[in-house]
Design a protein around this ligand. Structure first.
Ligand SMILES: NC(=O)c1ccc[n+]([C@@H]2O[C@H](COP(=O)([O-])OP(=O)(O)OC[C@H]3O[C@@H](n4cnc5c(N)ncnc54)[C@H](OP(=O)(O)O)[C@@H]3O)[C@@H](O)[C@H]2O)c1
Length: 329
């Protein structure tokens, strides 16, 4: 029998509930402990998901026996501090995106993970969604020729609320770090290193002085372009296109956790298309969790699919966009 992996969750907001839901889809996963700024909330959450341990502070969870890994689901500004708490105590960490507010903070986390020889991964669930993985594999094996353009958007309309995590600058708010990270991720996954030769970006701002909408382009060698759009002012299609010299791959809405892709091949002036469907139960967080558990079972210190150097590049790219749009935290 395989020994179950015992998870802890830090910060019990919206995403923590979804993640806990999806852990239940994995026979080898156990929710072992939860930590909140409120002991009442921790107890309620633990009861709802059957976790045996509940803590009223994040540091208290260090006392938890037999914790294999923690998932950090606090606002972006706390990721670095919260992750360091566990990494410095030898506990593996999966931390929500963005891994931290900027490359400097990500470097601190990566150094702590490497120095303590402990696993760390950014929770970029999109990388592990089966349909996205399929599209990336097709693109990598040349199915649509030389890829020259990647285009992705992510937008939803949210009424202004200065106290919410999405609008409150003190919590690291704004469209880019919250959802613009996904189009950026897709460009980096497809074009990867080297970093973009050129980054252009423009943004509009909320009354709370964070980016409401952000449009950015990356230019890479070999005639490659990526276009990204994030907004908290409109419900946009949330779709992605990968264009190559021999065809296109379309990731259906909502592309970052899509269950369907359409592949088109150019045939003269027409196109031949086929659909590929990858239905899954739950929210879609079980795939990243399963990958983390596999890494831990194999005693890896980082993911081969989302290595720490990737997160460093991602943070640097986001820093460059923020420089262009003048967004300082
Ligand atoms: N992968 C995805 O699909 C996805 C989706 C949404 C969000 N996220 C990421 O997950 C993180 C959390 O997002 P969320 O939407 O779950 O946020 P949320 O609902 O606001 O929850 C964040 C939790 O962090 C804790 N927290 C600690 N200090 C806080 C403070 N000063 N202000 C507010 N909350 C504080 C709170 O839990 P306790 O009081 O219980 O500790 C709070 O419930 C963000 O970094 C976001 O980018 C990822």
């Amino acid at each position: 029998m395989v020994t179950p992996i015992r998870w802890g969750i830090v910060g019990l907001g919206r995403i923590a509930h979804k993640f806990a839901d999806d852990l239940r889809l994995l026979p080898n996963a156990r929710l072992h402990a939860v930590a909140s700024t409120s002991l009442d909330r921790a107890r309620t959450f633990a009861n709802a998901y059957g976790a045996p341990h509940a803590y009223g502070s994040y540091a208290d969870m260090l006392q938890c026996p037999d914790l294999d890994v923690v998932y950090i689901a606090t606002p972006h500004v706390l990721h670095c501090e919260n992750a360091l708490l566990f990494l410095e105590n030898g506990i593996p960490v999966v931390c929500e995106k963005p891994l931290a507010m900027n490359r400097k903070e990500v470097e601190r986390m990566v150094h702590a993970a490497r120095r303590n020889r402990v696993f760390l991964m950014e929770a970029l669930w999109t990388r592990f969604i089966p349909a996205v993985d399929y599209a990336l594999a097709l693109a990598a094996q040349g199915e649509i020729g030389h890829i020259h353009t990647v285009k992705a958007d992510f937008g939803f309309h949210l009424p202004f609320d200065p106290d919410s995590r999405i609008f409150n600058k003190a919590l690291g708010a704004g469209s880019l770090l919250d959802i613009g990270i996904y189009p950026t991720l897709l460009a980096l996954l497809l074009f990867g290193k080297p970093m973009p030769e050129d980054v252009q970006a423009v943004a509009t701002y909320t009354a709370s002085e964070v980016d409401e909408s952000c449009v950015f382009t990356f230019q890479y060698p070999e005639k490659r372009l990526a276009l990204g759009h994030s907004t908290i002012a409109a419900n946009t299609p949330v779709e992605a296109w990968i264009h190559g010299t021999a065809g296109s791959i379309y990731l259906h809405p909502r592309w970052h956790h899509t269950q369907q892709v359409t592949v088109s091949h150019y045939e003269g002036n027409s196109e031949r298309k086929f659909d590929a469907k990858f239905p899954y139960p739950g929210w879609g967080y079980q795939f990243e969790a399963a990958h983390v558990m596999e890494c831990l079972e194999k005693q890896r210190l980082e993911s081969d699919l989302l290595p720490l150097d990737f997160s460093l590049n991602l943070a640097e790219t986001l820093d460059t966009i923020r420089e262009k749009i003048g967004l300082l935290y």
